[in-house]
Design a protein around this ligand. Structure first.
Ligand code: GLC
Ligand code: CA
Length: 556
């Protein structure tokens, strides 16, 4: 018997930013009952819903919300803005009825300064929780313990006048970093993991993992000349320490008796060894780690060709990649990839990549509708990071505007005043419109999800880059080693240019059946013209190959 791959390898994960998905009580803030009321949209078991398998919930914990939930004040409860623990239990149950699993966001590197642990830590130098955080004396009068700078601007050290020491924070001053070198803290956090597993959660998305662990000799980071902001120093001592890997191993051990629980890590793209180092040396750390290289890439064939292949190779052979183009920290990919070109056509081509590359796709709410970044005025902004760098960077608030459900005044998101303005595009870009229009991006996402689910080569097949003689076209194959006969080899081709492209693909001249095109094509056969692939502007196609292109596979 073949070993059944774990559920998360064939899953499509949908990220919900709880503030913005659906408000149920008119306070303008999304909440858990709101999410429950919209579960059928995500998956009602019929082909009319989107068809996702799991929800990653950005933090719903009690929080002062300075970093919108990534500043946790209690790991074992729900913020009253979002509901109660019993609402959460209901969400797990209602989601499970629809075959949807829940993945919690777990912030390990820091808490809120309002967390009782930090309150106690700061209350006295002899408090049992003092050592759960990092404290240090200044180097002489008014000089901080080290030159470390914080991710969201300013120094990583803040003076605590009550206890006369500095505390460390890698993000905002209200997010003090936790000391994972302290065994009591580690034990407490493992209890948190257990708490949510017992409530039916089937995975964790682990926040900012490469910040866990510090060089507690407080050595200065070397300067990087010519760089500004956070990257003006080489972050040698304030992150990327071996302890982070130890913590991941401990977490993996802790969940090992729950075969369905998945651990997914978020590490900076520039962490030494790359984020993939968090799979561990013998698959003993995380099940999946986000790779943000494609997310950060311009929409160019040469970049994608290289990054797709590198990304696939970076993942150890027994481990499993992630595919992600958007999240709550980045400008939406429709705007990034679309810049300078046809926004809608590129979003369609990107969707094909999202669901046909090897790995688990992660969608960010609203991307399936083609939701754009909101155009916000300074006074609309809520996120301290977005405000700090406005208007020089797009920031994060524009990607966090409320979900667009219909064309009614607040887009069906709330009956009150939304916490962030609804994006101006809502009258035409919304769920209701998308569902009615068979040519919408939503329908393409739906078709791709179904195609992926029913095609073993797309779910589990190996990824094989192909050589093609057109600079703007990227071609790859997915090959299913297990199956036999038809459906074993899937060819995907994407034209990154806004001109038609005719190209030949080395090793491939046999027939294929066109399974899907981002364009309105009626033919059944692969778009060949005298042995060449014939693509329209910005077109992406998925083709089922009839016979094994022998030359190609014998190379690997
Ligand atoms: C992660 C989160 C981000 C948050 C930061 C600090 O990068 O994705 O939203 O602000 O960590 O917790
Ligand atoms: Ca609400």
């Amino acid at each position: 018997m073949l070993k059944q791959p774990p559920w998360w390898q064939s899953a499509v994960v949908y990220q919900i930013y709880p503030w913005s998905f659906q408000d149920s009580n008119g306070d303008g803030i999304g909440d858990i009952p709101g999410i429950i009321s919209r579960l059928d949209y995500l998956n009602d078991g019929t082909p009319s819903s989107l068809g996702i398998d799991a929800i990653w919930l950005s933090p719903i914990y009690p929080s002062p919300m300075v970093d919108f939930g990534y500043d946790v004040a209690d790991y074992c409860d729900v913020d009253p803005r979002f509901g109660t623990l019993s609402d959460f239990d209901c969400l797990v149950k209602e989601a499970a009825r629809r075959g949807i699993r829940i993945i919690m966001d777990l912030v390990l590197n820091h808490t809120s300064d309002r967390h009782p642990w930090f309150r106690s830590a700061r209350a006295s130098r002899t408090s049992p929780e003092r050592d759960w955080y990092f404290w240090a004396d200044g180097k002489g009068l008014w000089r901080r313990p080290s030159n470390w700078n914080a991710r969201f601007g300013g120094s990583s050290w803040t003076w605590d006048p009550a206890s006369h020491q500095y505390y460390l924070h890698s993000f905002l001053p209200s997010q003090p970093d936790l000391n994972w070198g302290n065994p009591a803290l580690k034990a407490k956090m493992l209890e948190v993991v257990q708490f949510w597993i017992d409530r039916g959660v089937q995975g964790f998305r682990l926040d900012a993992i490469n910040w866990i662990g510090k060089d507690i000799r407080w050595v200065n980071n070397p300067r990087r000349y010519g760089w500004r902001g956070y990257t003006r120093q080489q972050h040698l001592h304030d992150r990327d320490q071996p302890l982070a890997h130890q913590v991941m191993r401990d977490l993996r051990t802790a969940v090992s008796c729950y075969p369905d629980v998945v651990l997914i890590g978020e590490a900076s793209a520039d962490t030494p060894g790359g984020p993939a180092s968090f799979y561990g040396t013998s698959s003993d750390e995380l099940h999946m780690v986000f790779d943000f290289r494609l997310l950060k890439s311009p929409w160019r064939a040469d970049c994608f060709r290289e990054l797709m292949t590198d990304g696939d190779r970076a993942v150890p052979p027994d481990d499993w990649p992630t595919i992600v183009f958007s999240n709550h920290d980045q400008s939406r990919h429709i705007d990034r990839y679309g810049s300078g070109g046809d926004v809608d056509r590129r979003a369609r081509a990107a969707a094909v990549l999202l669901f046909t590359l090897r790995g688990t796709p992660f969608l960010y709410y609203g991307e399936e509708l083609g939701m754009r970044n909101g155009r916000l005025r300074y006074r609309d902004l809520r996120d301290p990071y977005t405000k700090r760098f406005w208007p020089f960077r797009v920031g994060r608030d524009p990607a966090r505007t409320p979900m667009q459900w219909d064309g009614s005044p607040q887009a069906g998101f709330t009956t009150g005043l939304p916490w962030l303005p609804i994006s101006q595009t809502f009258p035409t870009v919304n769920v209701e419109q998308s569902a009615d229009d068979p040519s919408s991006l939503f329908h393409l996402y739906q078709r791709l999800i179904q195609l992926r689910r029913s095609t073993p080569a797309l779910l589990h097949g190996t990824y094989i880059p192909c050589k093609c003689d057109h600079d703007d076209v990227v071609v790859f194959l997915r090959r299913d080693g297990q199956g036999n006969g038809s459906g074993r080899h899937i060819l995907v081709a994407v034209n990154f240019s806004e001109r038609p492209a005719v190209c030949s693909v080395s090793g491939i001249d046999n027939e294929g059946t066109l399974l899907l095109s981002t364009h309105d094509r009626h033919e059944q056969r692969m778009p060949w013209r005298t042995g060449q692939l014939d693509l329209r502007p910005d077109e992406a196609v998925v083709v089922q190959m009839q016979a094994e292109p022998v030359q190609l596979f014998s190379k690997r």
